[in-house]
Each structure stands twice: as structure tokens, then as C-alpha cells.
Write a protein that binds this ligand. Structure first.
Ligand code: ARG
Length: 459
């Protein structure tokens, strides 16, 4: 049979495959709450403007609340032949309240309707990501407080570079995730304009009050151009962009947890709650949650690229291609929220191993820079010369199979006569990190100040 919504000019119903490719109800039912909120705002405005009667508006409002409760209690009769959430809700409303339901769509199109629903949904996701990021930041700060002065190796190229502190490393991620929060907040602020009332694409001859519906839905203002209102999806792309960058940060941390929990590193013990065993190797404790998180990031990047690709060839304004925006974004948002929750749990529950960290911190001649700095400071050598002398001392230590502090004073003086026993003070890892008091440096005193600043910021 032909469609009840637009069947006027159609004699036959769609092919079954057509229905399968066309229908979005399988996924866009997640917009039910937003769709009903949007319709309630629209109906109230139509009545306030005298476009429909108050009694019609009341019937619509009551009916929509019934629809919502049916959806929430899982008794709603979803119908794939009604394509999408908008037509499912409206058709059911008609069954419940009769004729007034037909007046709801006055001065509106599914094009502005889906745009407003999706904006509301993505806006909620910005808020959800913000809350989850705050929890993750708090967990990282907890770790930083615990190990503000635990010494560990800092790496470049994954080669030992200089000693740093556990707390400093944790606070580095706090900076990243705080910027992620700011990116979601920026995206949210820019997307917070209401497309409702743009109608199909050109606006409408009905005297709509777009300011009123914008306000009712928590938007700052209506969008200024009706073509843009129905054609734009950059709000979702900004969300996916922010989500992708945040996901990249999550993935780097996940990668570190995988490396750090290995027998070769032993930097951290992951909690049983976030690990699994092996069915054959009894000793195994695998960091599965971190690995899966690292992998799920691909879905988020994928959604970002998919939506960019969907949008890039579309002439203004709406094309049905845009229906594919939702499944991608839903999946990315689910992956992001799951990833944030898993990471927060892993970070909160993990136990750094300060003794192993300290041993690792001293390996690989990690205080060679401190030695070179000492030659500059105490003997007045140019840094390049000091670098060269230190390099000679490192290869001497390497030949002797020992660490820098284990070289004798005689051996040191054979490379540079001016070296005194005072040099041994700077070769220890604690002195090394304690000396890094430059702004933003790794000294425990700095780390504690960063922690205090962030805690104040968060409260
Ligand atoms: N299900 C559609 C979507 O998600 C709603 C808008 C349809 N508009 C239209 N003119 N066919 O994009």
C-alpha cells in the first residue's frame, strides 16, 4: 500500500529492498526523546502564534507524552514501513489523539525536524563526554598525588631520556584531557542554535516564532539561514573531531598501560577487575581492557572519516545521504563513553610500582644530561663541550658494564681533570628530578603545585 505520510502521489508501496535501504528506524529510534521534545516545543509555539488552537496543542502534548511513555516502557509499536523516528512518532500520535496530530507538522519538515533532533542528541553527548572526562581527570590526579615523587624513566623514541616523576606523567594526561573538555565545550557552544522552523529548506509562510522554540529547547538562538539549517552537519563533525582527538589521547594512555604492565617493564600492576587470564598459560594477566580501548578508537576515527566523506559531495540542501550521519555518530559516542569509563576504572584501580620504577629510572644513563649540566654550571664549559665529555664518560661506563655513578673519580678525571666528587650528587635520580624546577618541569614540588591548581580548577 502507499505511504500514509506522503502517499498522495504514490500508487504503489516500496520494494522490500527499497524499504531496507531507506529505513532508519532501526537506529534513529535513539532520537525518540529529542524528537518528542522538539515536537512539543513546536506545537506549543504553533498555539502561541494562533496557528493551531490551544485544544489541538493540548491534545498533541498529551498524546506525545503517551508516546514517550510507550517508548520508555518498551511497548511502542515500531513500524519499519514508517521509515524513521519522526513518522513512527507522528503516526502513533494520530492513533492516540486523532485529527489534531495532523496539524503538528504545520510549518515544519522532517528536514528541520531531524536537524533539531540530532543537534539535541549530539549536544547531550558533549555534556556526557565532559562529565566522563572530569571523572577520568580526577582519577589521574589521584594517581599523581600518590606518586608525586616516584621517580621513573622519561622516554623519547621509547629510549630512556631523563628521569621524571610518576605524578608528572599522570598530570601530562590531565592537561590533554582538560583540552579535550574544552574542545567539546567549544563545539557545544557553536552547535547550540536551533534549526527548527527552517522547514524543508526555504523557511515558511506561517508566522512561526523561532526564538520561542529555540529557547524552549535550550538553544541560544535560531540558526540564521534556513538552507544552512537543514544542510549543516558540521556540528556532528566537530563533535566527532573532538571525540577523535580525545580518543587518540585515550589510546596513547592505553598503549602505555599495555607496555607498563608487561614483565619487561613492571611499572604498573593492573587490577584484576580490568584484566583477564589465559586458558593455557597460568601465569598470564592480560590488559584486555586497555587493548580493546586502544582498538575501539578506530571506530571513532572511522565515524569521523565516514561522515566527512558522506557530506563532502552533497549539494545544498538536504540529501538522503545525510541519514547515514546518525549510525556513525551513535557508534562513535558509544565507543567514546565506554572507553572513557574503562580508562577511568583502570586508572583508578591500577597500582604503580615505585621500586621498579626507581630501578628503571636509573638505567640507560638517564642522568647523563645532569652530568653535562654540572660541567657547564661548575666548570663553566660550553654545553657542546660538556655534551662531548659526557658522551665519553657514558661509553667508558658502557665498556665497564656499569652505570655512571659507579665510575670512580679517577676514571672521571681521566676524561676531564676538573671533575670533583661533587659531581656524584647530580648523578642520582632523586636529585635529577628535584632539580627540574623550571616552570612546567618534573620536580615533585612543581607536580604538587600542578595538582593543587587542577584540584582548585575542578571544584
Ligand atoms: N530519516 C531522515 C534522516 O535521518 C529524516 C529526514 C528525511 N527527510 C526527507 N526529506 N526524506 O535524515
Amino acid at each position: 500500500s502507499s505511504n500514509a505520510m506522503w502517499g498522495g502521489r504514490f500508487a504503489a508501496g516500496p520494494d522490500a529492498i527499497m524499504e531496507a535501504i531507506n529505513a532508519s528506524i532501526g537506529f534513529d529510534r535513539r532520537l525518540a526523546k529529542q524528537d518528542i521534545d522538539g515536537s512539543r516545543a513546536h506545537a506549543a509555539m504553533l498555539a502561541a502564534q494562533g496557528i493551531i488552537t490551544d485544544s489541538d496543542a493540548n491534545a498533541i502534548r498529551e498524546g506525545l507524552l503517551t508516546v514517550l511513555s510507550e517508548i520508555e516502557s518498551d511497548t511502542f509499536p515500531w513500524r519499519v514501513e514508517l521509515e524513521d523516528i519522526h513518522m513512527n512518532v507522528e503516526a502513533r500520535l494520530k492513533e492516540i489523539v486523532g485529527e489534531p496530530a495532523g496539524r503538528l507538522h504545520t510549518g515544519r519538515s522532517r528536514n528541520d525536524q531531524v536537524a533539531v533532533d540530532f543537534r539535541l542528541w549530539v549536544r547531550d553527548q558533549c555534556d556526557a563526554a565532559d562529565g566522563a572526562l572530569k571523572a577520568l581527570i580526577e582519577a589521574l590526579i589521584g594517581q599523581a598525588e600518590e606518586g608525586a615523587d616516584w621517580v621513573m624513566p622519561g622516554f623519547t623514541h621509547l629510549q630512556v631520556a631523563q628521569p621524571v616523576t610518576w605524578g608528572h606523567h599522570m598530570m601530562a594526561y590531565v592537561e590533554m584531557f582538560a583540552r579535550d573538555r574544552a574542545r567539546f565545550a567549544d563545539a557545544r557552544a557553536r552547535m547550540n542554535e536551533s534549526p527548527l522552523g527552517a522547514a524543508a529548506l526555504a523557511g515558511t509562510s506561517f508566522p512561526l516564532d523561532r526564538q520561542m522554540t529555540a529557547e524552549a529547547l535550550g538553544f541560544d538562538r535560531p540558526t540564521a539561514n534556513s538552507l544552512d539549517a537543514v544542510a549543516a552537519r558540521d556540528f556532528a563533525l566537530e563533535y566527532l573531531g573532538a571525540a577523535s582527538i580525545c580518543a587518540m589521547h585515550l589510546s596513547r594512555l592505553a598503549e602505555e598501560l599495555v607496555i607498563w604492565s608487561s614483565a619487561q617493564f613492571r611499572f604498573v600492576a593492573m587490577s584484576d577487575r580490568w584484566s583477564t587470564g589465559s586458558s593455557i598459560m597460568p601465569q598470564k594477566r592480560n590488559p584486555d581492557a586497555a587493548e580493546l580501548l586502544r582498538a575501539k578508537i578506530g571506530r571513532i576515527f572511522g565515524a569521523n572519516v565516514a561522515l566527512m566523506t558522506i557530506m563532502k559531495g552533497l549539494p545544498l540542501t538536504y540529501s538522503k545521504d545525510m541519514q547515514e550521519d546518525k549510525e556513525q555518530t551513535f557508534d562513535a559516542a558509544d565507543s567514546l563513553m565506554l572507553g572513557l569509563a574503562a580508562m577511568t576504572g583502570m586508572v583508578a584501580d591500577m597500582k604503580g610500582r615505585p621500586d621498579d620504577l626507581r630501578v628503571a629510572a636509573a638505567m640507560g644513563f638517564s642522568t647523563a644530561t645532569d652530568l653535562a649540566d654540572w660541567l657547564v654550571r661548575e666548570l663553566g664549559l660550553p654545553f657542546r663541550d660538556a655534551h662531548h665529555i659526557t658522551g665519553a664518560l657514558v661509553s667508558m661506563a658502557e665498556e665497564n658494564g656499569c652505570d655512571l655513578p659507579e665510575l670512580s673519580l679517577d676514571q672521571m678525571q681521566s676524561v676531564h681533570a676538573g671533575i670533583t666528587t661533587a659531581i656524584f650528587d647530580v648523578l642520582g635520580v632523586d636529585n635529577s628530578v628535584a632539580s627540574r624546577t623550571s616552570y612546567g618541569g618534573t620536580a615533585p614540588v612543581n607536580v604538587r603545585a600542578q595538582i593543587a591548581r587542577w584540584k582548585k580548577d575542578l571544584s
